[in-house]
Design a binder for this molecule. Structure first.
Ligand code: CU
Length: 82
């Protein structure tokens, strides 16, 4: 129960933060958060989908392509049920 409310609080901070709108999610700190959140996923198929999109998102981040990075990030978020 405590874990669930912590996750909810984390999501609230993540999405209410003004940084979310600016494409600022394409950074190492957020990628680390994504890794941790995906690691906690229990649906194997969705987890695989989220991991795949996160990998593509990271690859675009390395190229400095924020638009593509955010596109894959969004797909990863959807797979995570967000
Ligand atoms: Cu994300």
């Amino acid at each position: 129960m405590l874990k669930a409310s912590l996750a909810a609080a984390f999501l609230a901070v993540m999405f209410l933060s003004p940084a979310y709108a600016a494409g600022d999610l394409c950074n190492d700190a957020h990628m680390k958060q994504m890794d941790e959140m995906i690691a906690k996923m229990t649906d194997a198929a969705k987890k695989e989908e989220a991991t795949m999109h996160l990998d593509m998102s990271k690859a675009e981040m390395k190229k400095g392509n924020t638009a593509e990075c955010m596109k894959h990030m969004d797909e990863a978020h959807k797979a995570m049920g967000m």
